[in-house]
Design a protein around this ligand. Structure first.
Ligand SMILES: [Zn+2]
Length: 103
């Protein structure tokens, strides 16, 4: 989700309510259309009774990056076994080569 998307979502929701006759909206503009000079995105909602509201959209957190990268499992650099640790490396078996010398 980003500011542009939630702006569209809000616009669609407000218009949908207006279409049902609950909130008679006269017009909705975004800040760019309305010529408002601000770094924020937002909407200006004007109702048919003449009242008008500015809805400023301020993103207060970035999306969780982890959700887009679910497959960041750490594997042993030597044998490819999945490791229960955060940083790359080699597994205990590969780390202790003396265990394999006795074969
Ligand atoms: Zn290994």
């Amino acid at each position: 989700m980003d500011e542009r998307k939630i702006e569209k979502l809000l616009r669609d929701l407000i218009w949908a309510e207006s279409d049902e006759g609950e909130t008679p909206v006269d017009n909705i503009e975004d800040f760019v259309q309305a010529g408002i000079c601000t770094n924020n995105r937002g909407l200006i909602v004007r109702f048919q009774d003449g009242s008008e509201f500015q809805l400023t959209i301020v993103q207060s957190a970035e999306p969780d990056e982890d959700e887009d990268e679910p497959d960041d499992t750490v594997v042993c650099l030597n044998c490819g076994t999945r490791l229960n640790q955060d940083e790359g490396g080699i597994c205990d078996r590969c780390f202790a080569p003396q265990n394999t010398l006795g074969r």
